[in-house]
Every structure is written in structure tokens, then in C-alpha cells.
Design a protein around this ligand. Structure first.
Ligand SMILES: *[C@@H]1O[C@H](CO)[C@@H](O)[C@H](O)[C@H]1NC(C)=O
Ligand SMILES: *[C@@H]1O[C@H](CO)[C@@H](O)[C@H](O)[C@H]1NC(C)=O
Ligand SMILES: *[C@@H]1O[C@H](CO)[C@@H](O)[C@H](O)[C@H]1NC(C)=O
Ligand SMILES: *[C@@H]1O[C@H](CO)[C@@H](O)[C@H](O)[C@H]1NC(C)=O
Ligand SMILES: [Zn+2]
Length: 474
């Protein structure tokens, strides 16, 4: 680009401003703390260690280890829904495996978790033709009376349409055929579809599964009853059946279904968050927390949601141990119990540990798949973000340097809201919701090479942040 006098004078002005700020001697990061320039230099000295971690995870002895561990775990235990015997077995399995791996301070922290069981369930179309539908009851749903509920169907596309047609809903089974916009938006139909239908007198509700793609698979998930509204049975149906009933209804065809659900909620169960550490050498009380959730839905293998997050959080510690590294602060892997009912295990962990919140340096969660990593989503102050950007540069050898907005994760949100910097793994997740909460969530979704890369990202970030001279600024 050729010279342009307007830009030049603008640049002179900006340069003068910077000079004035510097002359006033106002340090960017407070006088008692290191300045960003010094911290950048400190971080750049970790390039060799980052390379060693990447090498071990991607090319070396640990190649495919997180995948193999996850495969053995999910093939042995299978899925593990909150409150189930399978979740108990999963916790025992992980406790033993983490101990056997030689990690430190492996222990279980007691929590109370929801215990919902789906029982026998079925949905049969009786009119206009006999057709058995694939359904999955939604977590926390009540069951139907024995023999089921037989009723006519009202198909709606949205909550707005339901309100408009409220007088037609009484005594009916409301079928939501809402289009998939995004998980964050569309999941509202799963979360509160039953209570909205009950409010206008429906006897049950069925939601189109919250997924952008379907091969006739129902995708379950937790739902919440509003207090003060009758609790009606609710389940998800496939995209295909929802669209078919919408077509039938638009032709004026009367649809009658029989819905039978044996679902019930049992008393809360005893469970545990599972913890393993590499204890810090200088500030053992200060913590970088890496996590995924150990519970899953009661379908498929829970390999993707969230076996992958569990496996890379464990693997990150193994990689650092294998290299004989010990950061200044403690690295703590936490495998949460009962995320699916709404972050229940993590909420109790927060209550149990928030007294030490000033010692939490960074909280990390991977719960959006362990596909090819693209970057890290981060929530924290501008100062912390500037430091994290430097840390991400260490991942240039595998091209995962991007630091994005909005760290997320049901299990770490409370910490981030309370001001602790938080990070989540962003991967090539365009197919995540194809498999989410369905029979399709199996090891077949996972790829060893992608998991190697995720493990490397997780380990490099956690290790370097835990070893810096200073904690991330809030
Ligand atoms: C890791 O997995 C990849 C892809 O399946 C395979 O090509 C490679 O041989 C595996 N490496 C080891 C050490 O098993
Ligand atoms: C539908 O199935 C029921 C038994 O479940 C049977 O009695 C009825 O005749 C069938 N209707 C048609 C139209 O096939
Ligand atoms: C808080 O930190 C102190 C000092 O490390 C430790 O002794 C104590 O167990 C911690 N409390 C909790 C609830 O983690
Ligand atoms: C590195 O990542 C960027 C952004 O994800 C991508 O556009 C680019 O093709 C990648 N380069 C290599 C060498 O993989
Ligand atoms: Zn999850």
C-alpha cells in the first residue's frame, strides 16, 4: 500500500499517545506484578517443553493412548447415567486406573445425585395407521399410568404456535416439530416443552429430537418441570416422525397415539467426583483444574459425551508425569459426576471448594467433543487473555493457536461467574449433535489422531499456566 497522509498523521497521534502513557510511567500490569512483555518472554521459554509434550502425545510412546484408554473403559463399562450402578462401576474403574497410572492424591469426593430411571417405554401411532415410533423419555419425566395414555395429537412448530392454538391443546398429546436452529436455542423445547404443554391442558408432550441430522434416532436429555404446573410425561421422537406427523396434520389428518412410559424418580443417590493430581512443587495449594464429566446418558457408550473430555484430562496429567515434569502449582483432573442432570456434581464441588477460590488459577473443561482441536475458548480479564494468547503460541507446531471468546462448560461456569479464568476446548464439532445423547454416541465417533492432538493442547496449556511465576490475573 502506498503512503497516505491521513493514515500517517493518525499514526503519529497514536504514537504520541503511547509515549505520553509510557512517560507517565503507568505500568500496564501494576508495579508489583510482571509486565506482559516479561511474561511473554517467560512463556516463550516453554517452547521446548511444549514440543516435548506434543511429541510424546502425537508421535511418541503415548500415541493413541487416550483413545485406547477410552475404548477399554467404554467397552467395559458402557454408558453410565446419573444414579446408576454403571456410574458407580465407572467411578471405581477410573479411581483404580488413575491410581495404577501413578498419579497423586487420587481420591473420591462425595456428592448426592439425581436417580431417574426410564423403565419400559413405547409410543405407537394408532391413527391414521399403525406405526411404532422410536422414542426416549426425557430425564426427570414422570411415567404414564399403566396401559399408557391414548390421545389425539396437536402438532406445533413453536411455543408461539402453541400459545396461538392453546384452546386446541386440552386433553391432547402436544408434538413439537421445532426446527433445529442451534443447540443453545432449540434445547428450550426439550428443557421446558412439557411444562408449556401442560400449562394449556395437554396430557403428554413429545419433542422432535434436538439434532441437525437424523437417521431415525431419538436424542434424549434432561428436562425441567415448572413448579405449579401439572407434571406430564414427556419424551423425544425422531426428526423423521416429527416431520411425518406435521405433514399429516397439515393435510387435516387426525392422529392418535398411545404413549406408555415406566419412568420414575428414585431418591437421590450417593456418588463421587473423581480427582487425581500432580502436586505443585512451589504452590501446592494453587490449582489448575482440568475436567470432563464421567456420567453420560443411558444410551450408546457415552464415548463422545463426555468420555473424550475425561480421557484427555487424564491423559494430560499422564503426559506431564511421563516427562518427569512437576509444575509450580498443582494440576488437578476432576471427573465430574452427574453433569447431565444439570451440573449436579460440579455444583457441590463448587460449594465444597469455593472457600479457596483465590487459589484457583484456571478452570478447564472439555465437553463439546474431542475432534480435531481448533483452539481454546476463554473467559477472563483482558490481562489474562493477553497471557493466554502467548501460551497458545506454544501450540504453533500443531497449528492450534487460536484463543476465542466465551469459555464454556456446565461444570466450570460457576467458577467463571465468580471471576476465575476458564477455558474450554473448541474442536471441529460440526457433527457433535448428530450423535449427542443418542445410541450413536459410541467409540466409532472417536478418532485416535484427533484425541492425541486434543491431549497435547490440554497438557501444554495446563502445564505452562500452572508453572508460570504468577497466577493469571483476574
Ligand atoms: C494410532 O492410530 C492411527 C490411526 O488409527 C494408526 O495409524 C497408528 O498406527 C496408531 N498408532 C499406534 C501406536 O497404535
Ligand atoms: C393396529 O394394531 C392393532 C393391534 O395393536 C390392531 O388391533 C389393529 O387392527 C391394527 N390396525 C390396522 C389398521 O392395521
Ligand atoms: C483449602 O486450602 C487449604 C490450604 O491448601 C487446604 O488445607 C484445605 O483443605 C482447602 N479446603 C478445601 C475445601 O479444598
Ligand atoms: C492452520 O489452521 C488454520 C485455521 O484453523 C487453517 O486455515 C490452516 O489451513 C491450518 N494450517 C495447516 C498447515 O494445517
Ligand atoms: Zn456432556
Amino acid at each position: 500500500m502506498t503512503g497516505n497522509s491521513k493514515y500517517s498523521s493518525g499514526m503519529v497521534y497514536v504514537t504520541l499517545l503511547i509515549l505520553i502513557i509510557l512517560i507517565q510511567g503507568k505500568p500496564l500490569y501494576g508495579s508489583e506484578h510482571k509486565q506482559l512483555g516479561e511474561i511473554s518472554k517467560e512463556i516463550s521459554h516453554y517452547a521446548d517443553i511444549a514440543l516435548k509434550i506434543i511429541d510424546l502425545a502425537v508421535f511418541g510412546k503415548a500415541q493413541n493412548r487416550s483413545y485406547e484408554r477410552l475404548a477399554t473403559f467404554t467397552d467395559t463399562i458402557g454408558n453410565r447415567v446419573s444414579g446408576s450402578k454403571d456410574l458407580d462401576l465407572a467411578i471405581k474403574y477410573m479411581y483404580n486406573a488413575l491410581k495404577q497410572d501413578g498419579l497423586e492424591n487420587v481420591h473420591l469426593e462425595p456428592v448426592k445425585i439425581p436417580h431417574w430411571v426410564r423403565g419400559e417405554e413405547s409410543a405407537v401411532m394408532l391413527l391414521p395407521r399403525n406405526h411404532t415410533m422410536s422414542i426416549l423419555g426425557l430425564g426427570s419425566s414422570v411415567g404414564t399410568p399403566k396401559g399408557g395414555i391414548e390421545a389425539e395429537v396437536l402438532v406445533v412448530e413453536s411455543f408461539e404456535e402453541l400459545k396461538r392454538r392453546a384452546t386446541e391443546a386440552k386433553g391432547k398429546i402436544v408434538v413439537y416439530n421445532q426446527p433445529f436452529v442451534s443447540y443453545g436455542e432449540t434445547v428450550a423445547y426439550r428443557a421446558s416443552g412439557a411444562s408449556e404443554a401442560a400449562r394449556v391442558g395437554a396430557v403428554a408432550s413429545l419433542i422432535r429430537s434436538v439434532t441437525p441430522f437424523s437417521i431415525n434416532s431419538p436424542h434424549t436429555g434432561w428436562q425441567w418441570y415448572d413448579p405449579g404446573v401439572p407434571q406430564i410425561p414427556t419424551a423425544c421422537i425422531t426428526v423423521e416422525d416429527a416431520e411425518m406427523m406435521a405433514r399429516m396434520a397439515s393435510r387435516g389428518t387426525r392422529i392418535v397415539l398411545r404413549l406408555t412410559m415406566g419412568a420414575q424418580t428414585l431418591p437421590d443417590a450417593d456418588s463421587f467426583n473423581t480427582v487425581a493430581e500432580i502436586t505443585g512443587s512451589e504452590h501446592p495449594e494453587q490449582v489448575v483444574l482440568l475436567s470432563g464429566h464421567l456420567d453420560s446418558w443411558d444410551v450408546g457408550q457415552g464415548a463422545m459425551d463426555d468420555g473424550g473430555g475425561v480421557a484427555i484430562s487424564w491423559e494430560a496429567l499422564s503426559l506431564i508425569k511421563d516427562l518427569g515434569l512437576r509444575p509450580k502449582r498443582t494440576l488437578r483432573a476432576v471427573l465430574w459426576s452427574a453433569e447431565e442432570p444439570g451440573g449436579v456434581g460440579a455444583a457441590q464441588y463448587f460449594q465444597q471448594h469455593k472457600g479457596n477460590i483465590s487459589n484457583f488459577d484456571l478452570v478447564m473443561e472439555s465437553d463439546l467433543g474431542t475432534f480435531a482441536p481448533l483452539g481454546l475458548q476463554f473467559t477472563g480479564s483482558d490481562k489474562a487473555r493477553a497471557i493466554m494468547k502467548e501460551v497458545m503460541k506454544l501450540l504453533a507446531p500443531i497449528n492450534v493457536t487460536s484463543l476465542e471468546e466465551h469459555g464454556e462448560g456446565t461444570d466450570i461456569n460457576m467458577w467463571m461467574k465468580a471471576g476465575v479464568p476458564g477455558a474450554s476446548l473448541h474442536t471441529a464439532d460440526s457433527k457433535y449433535f448428530w450423535f449427542h445423547h443418542s445410541e450413536g454416541d459410541t467409540m466409532t465417533v472417536q478418532d485416535p489422531t484427533e484425541m492425541n492432538l486434543c491431549s497435547a493442547v490440554w497438557a501444554v496449556v495446563a502445564y505452562v499456566v500452572a508453572d508460570l511465576d504468577e497466577m493469571l490475573p483476574r
